[in-house]
Design a protein around this ligand. Sequence first.
Ligand SMILES: Cc1cc2nc3c(=O)[nH]c(=O)nc-3n(C[C@H](O)[C@H](O)[C@H](O)COP(=O)(O)O)c2cc1C
Length: 199
Amino acid sequence: MKLLHVDSSITGSQSVSRRITASIVAHLKLKAPDLVVTYRDIAARPIPHLSEVLFVAKATGNASGEIQHDLAVTEAALDEFLTADTVVLGAPMYNFGIPSQLKTWIDSLAIAGKTFRYSENGPEGLCGGKRVIIASARGGIYTPPSPMASLDHQETYLRSLFGFIGISDIAVVRAEGVAIGPEQRQQALEAALAAVAAL
Ligand SMILES: Cc1cc2nc3c(=O)[nH]c(=O)nc-3n(C[C@H](O)[C@H](O)[C@H](O)COP(=O)(O)O)c2cc1C
């Protein structure tokens, strides 16, 4: 079995989502010692933004110079995703959504013919069978019935995106309210780490 571990937080050793993804991967590795883990830090090594030339290169497979490198990076990210049985994704909330580094990673995955296709019945996801575990960290509280719930464009977006490409096995391990104060941060992190045991 293959596991892809992706971190996207820019806060390094202070990162809540990184603590949670590390704990999830360690837990799953204990349960299945033969698990093969691939790690990608998309904050340290961002996936290139889509551009006209990169978009054309992706469509045609023809690239030269710098674009050749960019194409290789996006294709490697897609291949890792396609071959993974489980994806553990560190997803902080930034400005009510996801980090831009996480968006460029998603742009490398959402490829017609690879992760979804258009059929007579409309779009069809091609990634059924994968499991996605999202380590969500956010400064405020957005879980309903919070009055902030409608501002959650982070977990809701990720659920929609993975659902669109056919993944129904989506779990979220969440630490929220971490910016309210040190006590709330500690409690939220401890609750999230405790929830990892149930995975
Ligand atoms: C650039 C930036 C933007 C943020 N935007 C939001 C936000 O819109 N809403 C929120 O509740 N928290 C926000 N936060 C707080 C983070 O969600 C919180 O610190 C979380 O722990 C980030 O995950 P990390 O610790 O893994 O980096 C923001 C933090 C940063 C650094």
